[in-house]
Write a protein that binds this ligand. Structure first.
Ligand SMILES: [Zn+2]
Ligand SMILES: [Zn+2]
Length: 306
């Protein structure tokens, strides 16, 4: 599993850094999911040679321009590249009107099926054999959400010896068993995954936050997560600005990570005032003084999760 940051600056894009965008690559099954889409995201994706139409889901945390200005160029580029697969897009209420109005203004129709799922509260928004995804309402100047992705446990190293010993023929039911489901076979009865696989792989929990100031929902969104991606717009000396604009300081975020007992914290959405390396390092150290396992994202920086 890989996190590739394609935009890490808060607010307007600068000469060196794009506004918010994160690509999450999952490997079992292989999928590319995009979180937020700052204005240069489409260009950055191409720079990293990511096929635009390999993205199967887009998640928009909130409607502020630094998180959404790159969405229409990306959707139009997917259409120009003759996308065939459906695209699932999750975002706050109002995103559907935003997309429709833009397409109308451009006299453009997408040539693929864009399925838009809007949410306006903390809720379960998606579930399949591999993942559950929920939204968690945050505290910002507009409706803003965190996405909590919970990967389901999977079973590996199929025990064919036991199957042979019990005279059971392999069938398509193995797939169900691998996903942790019980299977009932005629004349044989119920098979449990833990009896026929030697290894149970614990699913990971990843939480990606939208802009927010500290609030209790953050703990629910990130409780025991393997990795949390969270804004740290300001250093502690500018805590008043952080509160005024509905943002967090690096120390706010580190305190939250500690309380939620997360394993790893990655800070992003850093104010452009900290573009110099030593200022960025100072911001990181403020967070590390409270939560040591913290990293700082930068445009094009990649992080791997086992
Ligand atoms: Zn923002
Ligand atoms: Zn915002």
């Amino acid at each position: 599993m890989k996190l590739l940051f394609l935009g890490t600056v808060a607010g307007a894009t600068t000469r060196d850094r794009n506004s918010s965008c994160l690509l999450l690559t999952l490997d079992s099954p292989m999928q590319n999911w995009l979180f937020d889409c700052g204005e240069r995201s489409h260009y950055y994706l191409q720079q990293k040679r990511i096929k635009l139409n390999s993205i199967s889901k887009i998640f928009i945390t909130h409607m502020h321009s630094d998180h959404i200005l790159g969405l229409m160029p990306l959707l139009c580029a997917m259409s120009v590249r003759k996308r065939k697969d459906d695209l699932l897009l999750f975002g706050p209420k109002g995103i559907s009107d935003f997309i429709e109005m833009n397409l109308k203004a451009f006299y453009t129709e997408l040539n693929f099926n864009l399925i838009i799922k809007e949410h306006e509260s903390s809720q379960l928004i998606y579930e399949d054999d591999f993942f559950t995804i929920s939204t968690h309402e945050l505290l910002h100047r507009c409706p803003s959400f965190a996405f909590r992705i919970e990967q389901k446990d999977q079973f590996t190293r199929f025990n064919t010896e036991r199957l042979k010993a019990e005279n059971i023929d392999v069938g398509s039911w193995v797939k169900e068993l691998k996903l942790g489901k019980k299977v009932i076979l005629p004349e044989i009865g119920e098979l449990k995954p833990q009896d026929y696989f030697q290894n149970q792989v614990k699913g990971k929990i990843i939480t990606v936050f939208g802009d927010t100031q500290p609030n209790p929902n953050e703990i629910i969104a990130s409780k025991n997560a393997d990795v949390v991606v969270h804004e740290a717009t300001f250093r502690e000396d500018l805590i008043e600005s952080a509160r005024k604009y509905g943002h967090s300081t690096a120390m706010d975020t580190a305190k939250m990570a500690k309380e939620a007992e997360v394993k790893w914290l990655i800070l992003t959405h850093i104010s452009a005032r900290y573009s110099q390396q030593e200022l960025r390092e100072a911001l990181l150290q403020e967070a590390k003084s409270i939560f040591p396992n913290t990293d700082l994202a930068d445009d094009f920086r990649e992080f791997y999760l086992g």
